[in-house]
Structure formats: structure tokens, C-alpha cells
Design a protein around this ligand. Structure first.
Ligand code: DAH
Length: 366
């Protein structure tokens, strides 16, 4: 029995000497010292020995166990320190390395501008008509005829409008959002108070100011007793909400105040110029005081101090009659604005093409 113990001690010591890592030590410990290990098997045999032998062999077994445990522990400390050093070197984290960034999505500036403008009109009681009400591929009836635009009008020329072959005859890529006025009046009887944003197409030579597609927002209000004064009030409110306060010290700047008829006067000066559109009478083009130079005259406003931002007018009686609304009972106003133009003015962007090239260096700025 003693010999067996000595033999195990010799084998175990040899194994320990050969061990190269803490994982080897675990194996050795398992093989010799665990419950099911070789040493335990011997210890179980002790009970069959004489009392005398029990004492001496037992003492030897204990001594050897302790020696092995001590040898294993010493080796373990040695290996552990070495392995830790290696880990510290190989798993070193360089906190000066640049991190990994994933590109972050954003709302396109045109979508953003449409959202901002529609929110302003919603706050004034307008509701947005659904896109189904105003398709991008439309009939000539909605894009032209129903809007009192005569057959010989130059806008109908293929130089200005894209035509497309469609079932039941040719159709147009809508050249403006004004057709949605007609659809809104067909769908609902007055009072009507809607805006309709969307993409429009024109057969233009593309340059920094013109693209062959862009976006418009159409507005329409029809009710009893609607006057040009209502049109001015709503559009002045819009200008104030969209462009905000002019620079301090600019001409016409004052506190927001009540106008003569109790209407709110915009502190951002506007100018309503006489104009012509077949679907409105009277018609106007609306200018806002130049937001770059506050009216002093600069490159953006070509020295005039004013920027044209939209077309508007009182809905033409022929347009109302076309949708069975009696112009003797109802009146209304309409307006249409270019989204890109408004975004370019607000964010000082000098080339419309930037919106559609989708260069992230541009888009990232919004
Ligand atoms: N449809 C016109 C255009 O594309 C803009 C416009 C002018 C819309 C007057 C209107 C309006 O509703 O009343 O240039």
C-alpha cells in the first residue's frame, strides 16, 4: 500500500513537472486528488488495514496529499501570473483607436420643409388632403380644363408639360398641384379648408434654379363671404410662422400688433403684387421682404429687397361652376407655393439640384 502511494506520488509529481498551463494542473488535480481520483481509491482501502498500518499509511497518505496540493498550488501561482501577463498584452484595449460609427438616417430637407409648412397651415385650421386625391399622373381635365386653362394656353405646350400615353388617351405628369383644388371641391361641399402637398413635373432645362421635378403645396379655402382680406391674413400668418422675426433694425419691424380690422399684421413685411392665373380672379404674386438683407437689396433679391414666394388669388367663378359650387353663394381663395424655393431661401441654399443628388455631405447638415 505504501508502495502504491509512493508510486502515485511519483507519477503525480512527474505530471506536475510536465504541466505547462493552469488547465493542465486542473487535469492533474482531477486525476489524482478528486473524489473519483486515484488517491481516494487508496484511502478507501485503509479501512481493511490493521490499526497500526491504518495510522502509518493514513499519515503517509495525508502527507502526500498535502505535498501534492502544495506543489499544484505553487505551480498554479506561477502559471497564473504568466498567463495573466500574456492576456494583458494580447487582449490590450487601445482606447485611442477611433470608434466604429454607423450612418444615422435623417428626414430629407424637402420632407422636413413640407412637414413644417403643413403644420403651420394645420395650426390655422387647414387639413391635409390625402395623396390619392391628387395623383402625379393626371388627366388634362384636372391639370388644365377644370382650372379654366384654355386649350391654347402656353403651359399646355409639350415644351412646358410632360405628356404620357395612358389608357384612354394621353395624360400629363401634373405641372402643378392646383388640380387637387378641383378634386377637393368634387369630394366635399363648402366649407372647404385644405392644403395639398405633392411633387410636380415641368419640362425644364435643369440648372441651379430649375429642376424638372419639384414640390408644391396648394391651399384652398371655400366658404361664404370669403374675401381677399382673408387670403392676406392667412398668408401673412404663414410668412410670420415660416420665416420668423426679421433681423432687428430692419425696415417695417415692430411688435406683432392688431391690424386695422382686428386682423393680425405680420411683422415680416409682405407685398401682394397684381398678377394673372387663369384659375383665380383677382390674382396676386406674394413677395416677402428679403430674408438675407432685410430689404436693403442684395444678390439673393437682385437688389429689389423682395423675394417672390407664392402665387394666389380668389378662386375664379368658372372653376367653382365647374364643380357645381354656386359662385353667387360661395367664394374662396387659393394659393400655391414651391417647396424647394422656400427651403432654399430659409437655409440659404443656392442650387436646387443639391436636394436631389442625395450627397450625404449635403443631407447631413439638416
Ligand atoms: N399653380 C400655380 C403655379 O404652378 C401656382 C398658383 C397660383 C396656385 C395661384 C394657386 C393660385 O392656387 O391661386 O405656378
Amino acid at each position: 500500500m505504501k508502495n502504491k502511494i509512493e508510486k502515485i506520488y511519483a507519477d503525480a509529481s512527474a505530471d506536475i513537472a510536465k504541466a505547462a498551463a493552469t488547465s493542465d494542473l486542473e487535469e492533474i488535480k482531477n486525476k489524482y486528488l478528486s473524489r473519483g481520483g486515484e488517491f481516494n481509491a487508496i484511502k478507501k482501502g485503509l479501512k481493511d488495514l490493521s490499526d497500526e498500518d491504518k495510522r502509518t499509511v493514513g499519515a503517509l497518505a495525508n502527507e502526500i496529499t498535502q505535498k501534492l496540493e502544495a506543489a499544484l498550488a505553487a505551480k498554479h501561482d506561477e502559471f497564473y501570473a504568466k498567463e495573466l501577463d500574456e492576456k494583458l498584452i494580447t487582449e490590450k484595449l487601445d482606447i485611442t483607436m477611433p470608434g466604429k460609427f454607423s450612418a444615422e438616417g435623417r428626414i430629407h430637407p424637402i420632407t422636413n420643409t413640407i412637414n413644417e409648412i403643413t403644420a403651420i397651415f394645420e395650426s390655422l385650421g387647414f387639413s391635409v388632403v390625402a395623396n390619392e386625391l391628387s395623383p402625379e399622373v393626371d388627366t388634362e381635365y384636372y391639370n388644365f380644363d377644370a382650372l379654366n386653362i384654355p386649350f391654347e394656353h402656353p403651359a399646355r405646350d409639350v415644351q412646358d408639360t410632360f405628356y404620357t400615353a395612358a389608357e384612354g388617351g394621353r395624360q400629363v405628369l401634373r405641372s402643378h398641384t392646383s388640380g387637387s383644388q378641383v378634386r377637393a371641391m368634387e369630394a366635399k361641399k363648402p366649407p372647404i379648408k385644405v392644403i395639398s402637398p405633392g411633387r410636380v413635373y415641368r419640362n425644364e432645362t435643369v440648372n441651379s434654379r430649375k429642376n424638372n421635378f419639384f414640390h408644391q403645396i396648394e391651399g384652398l379655402l371655400v366658404d361664404k363671404d370669403i374675401t381677399f382680406g382673408d387670403l392676406k391674413g392667412v398668408l401673412n400668418e404663414f410668412v410670420y410662422a415660416y420665416f420668423g422675426m426679421p433681423k432687428a433694425g430692419a425696415a417695417g419691424v415692430g411688435l406683432r400688433e392688431q391690424g386695422e380690422q382686428g386682423s393680425i399684421v405680420s411683422v415680416r413685411p409682405t407685398r401682394f403684387r397684381n398678377s394673372f392665373f387663369p384659375f383665380t380672379e383677382p390674382s396676386a404674386e406674394v413677395d416677402v421682404q428679403c430674408i438675407m438683407c432685410a430689404g436693403a437689396g442684395c444678390r439673393t433679391c437682385s437688389g429689389t429687397g423682395w423675394l417672390e414666394i407664392l402665387g394666389a388669388g380668389m378662386v375664379h367663378p368658372n372653376v367653382l361652376k365647374g364643380v357645381d359650387i354656386d359662385p353667387d353663394v360661395y367664394s374662396g381663395f387659393a394659393f400655391g407655393m414651391g417647396v424647394e424655393r422656400l427651403a432654399m431661401l430659409k437655409y440659404a441654399i443656392d442650387d436646387i439640384r443639391l436636394f436631389f443628388q442625395n450627397d450625404v455631405r449635403f443631407l447631413k447638415q439638416f
